[in-house]
Design a protein around this ligand. Structure first.
Ligand code: C2E
Ligand code: MG
Ligand code: MG
Ligand code: MG
Length: 276
């Protein structure tokens, strides 16, 4: 599990950031056909155990290469997919790809590693969401502990079904994490109400380490809070050694970011992390 050559340092520039979509209507029309045109793919980014420097899990991140407009970042099309309802199709596609990968790894005897999938509020609120997850686990014969679902605080506030959905997911045995923690407008009360396994500290906090003492106090508090609640904690967007030092010093369990690796295509991830 340990990376052979220590760690990688990635500084990359988006030269493939070709021309942008002129408008959202056109983007939506293209997104609607992205699956059938085979324009979507999954990249995986490692989440590292900071104590051992071993791989803990991966996060699946969607990539869209449009035949006409080139690479479109998720920050542009995920909100559009959410507002248009396309996120259901796109989200189902991501979940299925990840499950296919997990099944393939198992069949081929690769090292089993959990994969976290981002779930947007509209997906989470689907009446049959937990049932969908259960069916996928059955169809692809996956142990639930290898699947993690990342939800955001906005999926938990004002959703009356939250408790029922999270309880069902807990019963299934999949992991649930709260993504971008600390950036939403919600209260802390859901941390006691709901069965949550992992807190992911938003990358904006990590970016301000060594810049802002209040910010550091907040990171420490989140780490202590998750520890006391029996939850795991991941720092997102770790780019620099000094950030890692700070996190280790304050007992943060896991880290994710360019310091360890950028999100990579699945075949590269297999070579790098899953086969010897
Ligand atoms: P997120 O879930 O918080 O994912 C982390 C984002 O931070 C990813 O951006 C990742 O590439 C980026 N990142 C990782 N390490 C570093 C670092 O060291 N520094 C910096 N500055 N950034 C880092 P990405 O892939 O562009 O995705 C952006 C957002 O789009 C995600 O944020 C997530 O909210 C959403 N997203 C991505 N894939 C999916 C998906 O399959 N479904 C849904 N619903 N949302 C997705
Ligand atoms: Mg995420
Ligand atoms: Mg995040
Ligand atoms: Mg984010």
């Amino acid at each position: 599990y340990v990376k052979k050559n220590g760690r990688f340092h990635y500084r990359f520039y988006r030269s493939e950031m070709s021309q942008a979509f002129p408008n959202e209507v056109l983007m939506e029309a293209h997104l609607r056909r992205a699956i059938e045109f085979d324009e979507l793919s999954i990249h995986l980014q490692p989440q590292i155990d900071l104590q051992t420097n071993e791989i803990d899990s991966f996060e699946a991140l969607i990539r869209w290469n449009n035949r006409k407009f080139g690479y479109v970042p998720p920050s542009q099309f995920i909100p559009l997919a959410e507002s248009s309802g396309l996120i259901i199709q796109v989200g189902d596609w991501v979940l299925e790809q990840v499950c296919k990968n997990l099944q393939e790894w198992k069949v081929k005897g690769y090292r089993p590693v959990r994969v976290a999938v981002n779930i947007s509020p509209k997906q989470f609120k689907q009446e049959n969401f937990a049932t969908k997850i259960e069916q996928l686990l059955n169809i692809y014969d996956i142990e639930p502990k290898y699947l993690e679902l990342e939800i955001t605080e906005s999926s938990m506030v004002n959703v009356s079904e939250t408790h029922e959905i999270l309880t069902k997911l807990k019963e299934l045995g999949v992991y649930v994490s709260v993504d971008d923690f600390g950036t939403g407008y919600s209260s802390l009360s859901y941390l006691k109400k709901y069965p949550i396994d992992i807190i992911k500290i938003d990358q904006s906090f990590i970016a301000d380490i060594n810049k802002d003492e209040k910010n550091e106090a907040i990171i420490k508090a989140i780490i202590t809070l998750s520890e006391n609640l029996g939850m795991d904690v991941v720092a997102e967007g770790v780019e620099e050694e000094f950030q890692e030092e700070f996190l280790k010093l304050n007992n943060c369990r896991k880290g994710q970011g360019y310091l360890y690796n950028k999100p990579l295509p699945v075949d590269l991830i297999i070579k790098e992390y899953l086969v010897n």
